[in-house]
Design a protein around this ligand. Structure first.
Ligand code: GLN
Length: 540
């Protein structure tokens, strides 16, 4: 049983400095040294989870195998470490408060006054230590920026764990920003000093500073930061901007970050390293392929959350993985489905080598998605529809090929022909949070289909996040007219994937394959889609 060591990652100065990538990169470096590692994300907001938040606000909702709707940073953890996370890898302030208040209502505090300290902090600590003795390292990323009011109970919990477990078993890494002020021609260390000071005011002494910067930090600047922030000089590490997030672990490893962590925590690497596809050598080759690919393709991503590209984070990353595996750069043309019409669809899509129709909710932009699908179906452009994208493909096919003009999904419009509909169990649901079909479900792929060929096996497991399903009453006509229902639930009651034989690549999935695409190894459908897009380009 390992004695678990805890690494806390906090952020200062600004948000969006990339704490998630930093945490995932440190996790990867430790994993490559042979340690067992997991990462937890703690979010200071009051929502129970991001499931009910708009993608514009929060970016993508990442779903785990066990059906939790979580923060998109869990996606980075999985993509970098190559192992699935669970609902216990993320927690919000809302969850901690909910737990404590529920216990209070049941009389669980025996007459005591319930307070932020110790009750909320105890609950946060419980969640931080859930994986104790299961891993060598638990990395805990604290969302938000130090100095935020919401972060306080989390920082207090970190302080207490550091005190309880001792300096050798805990480490604080603080991610800050060192801006370059052009008018002065200088890098400025003051924001970092202030941020470290806030941390220390909360009883946390940073052990390592990762300094995001656009310019190199020379020795002089590093010693100044070290002195004022009370950190050893070799532990002030510059984190320069890099071309791709997948280069970050390589960058940190060149600056000996893993050695410094192990030294400070007094740990030696295990003798034998595990046989692991994400080893340093494969990882470096993968990064080289991302940076210098031989080919390039352009695919359209048709969706409706265009202002925040984080809304489709896992899809974008899955394209990067599949691109590297096909030795191609994947250029994404972002297409707002609300702007696609019958009149302009050809102009918008004809130059593309492939089109992906994104997941989504609600009826805005649906008709544009359906026009786009009709165009790529008729013009042999590779098509990949995810969740809502697959549902739209079924609607389009029912209208155009089965001759049922009013076919629709009951999510968008009441018609006699709801070819996509709610199952009875979903009709009774009132609450919005956590009530969709969520998490991993098995699916059986039919032999001699494209999708079976892509996966190379019959039984797969993929993650879901939706309420609506293909209506079984229409399965017969869809099949008669040539749509292959290529993947079904094991009891055959749910259509999970569709395809059109005779088309170069026309695949729809009710699940979200992008959630399982990982660095180095990618995902079979994305790999196949990009391969088809390359072939489409060559044929043009
Ligand atoms: N809105 C659709 C449903 O609930 C699709 C959801 C999605 O694309 N994730 O079934």
């Amino acid at each position: 049983m390992p004695k678990t060591k805890y690494i806390f990652i906090t952020g200062g100065v600004l948000s969006s400095l990339g704490k998630g990538i930093a945490s995932a990169s440190i996790g990867l470096l430790l994993k490559q040294r042979g340690f067992g590692v997991t990462i937890i994300k703690l979010d200071p907001y009051i929502n129970i989870d991001p499931g009910t938040m708009s993608p514009h606000q929060h970016g993508e909702v990442y779903v785990t195998d066990d059906g939790a709707e979580t923060d998109l940073d869990l996606g980075h953890y999985e993509r970098f470490l190559g192992v699935p996370t669970t609902r216990y890898n993320s927690a919000s302030a809302g969850q901690a408060y909910f737990e404590v208040i529920t216990r209070e209502r049941k009389g669980g505090y025996l007459g005591k006054t319930v307070q932020v300290i110790p009750h909320i902090t105890d609950e946060i600590k419980r969640r931080m230590t859930l994986f104790d003795k299961q891993y060598d390292f638990v990395i805990i990323e604290i969302g938000g920026t130090v100095g935020d009011i919401e972060s306080l109970p989390f920082l207090e919990s970190v302080r207490q764990i550091c005190l309880e477990k001792g300096a050798r078993n805990t480490l604080n890494i603080h991610l800050t920003y060192v801006p370059y002020v052009r008018s002065a021609g200088e890098l400025k260390t003051k924001p970092t000093q202030h941020s470290a000071k806030v941390l220390m005011e909360n009883g946390i002494r940073p052990d390592i500073l990762l300094c995001r910067t656009e310019q190199r930090l020379n020795k002089e600047i590093r010693s100044k930061i070290a002195l004022f922030c009370n950190v050893e000089e070799d532990s002030v590490i510059e984190a320069l901007d890099v071309e791709t997030i997948y280069e970050v672990p390589i960058f940190y490893s060149r600056r000996n970050l893993d050695d410094i962590i192990l030294r400070k925590m007094n740990v030696r690497s295990p003798e034998s390293k595990p046989d692991y596809p994400l080893n340093m050598e494969n990882w470096s080759k993968f990064v080289q392929r991302i940076k210098n690919p031989k080919h390039d393709v352009t695919v359209g991503l048709v969706g409706k959350y265009m202002q925040t590209q984080d809304s489709y984070k896992s899809i974008v990353e899955a394209f990067i993985h599949a691109g590297a595996i096909n030795n191609a750069r994947v250029n994404i043309k972002w297409i707002n489905s609300e702007e696609v019409t019958r009149e302009n669809v050809a102009e918008m899509l004809q130059e593309l080598n492939g089109v992906l129709i994104a997941p989504g909710f609600g009826n805005r932009g649906i008709e544009g998605k359906i026009e786009a699908i009709k165009y790529v179906r008729e013009n042999n452009i590779p098509f990949f529809g995810i969740c809502l994208g697959m549902q739209c493909a079924v609607i389009e096919f029912t209208r155009s090929i089965c001759g049922i003009a009013d076919a629709n999904s009951s999510e968008f419009k009441k018609t006699k022909n709801s070819v996509v509909d709610l199952l009875p169990n979903q009709r009774q649901i009132v609450d919005k949070g956590g009530t969709m079909r969520l998490g991993a479900y098995p699916c059986i792929l039919k032999k001699d289909t494209l999708i079976h060929q892509l996966y190379g096996r019959e039984l797969i497991s993929e993650r879901h996040r939706h309420r609506y399903e293909v209506n079984n009453a229409y399965r017969q006509i869809l099949e008669e007219k040539g749509m292959v229902l290529s993947g079904l639930s094991p009891d055959s009651t749910l259509v999970e994937t569709i395809e059109l034989p005779g088309h170069p690549f026309f695949v729809g999935a009710q699940f979200h394959p992008e959630l399982q695409s990982r660095a180095v190894t990618g995902h079979p459908i994305f790999i196949g889609f990009i391969k088809a897009a390359l072939q489409n380009k060559c044929a043009k």
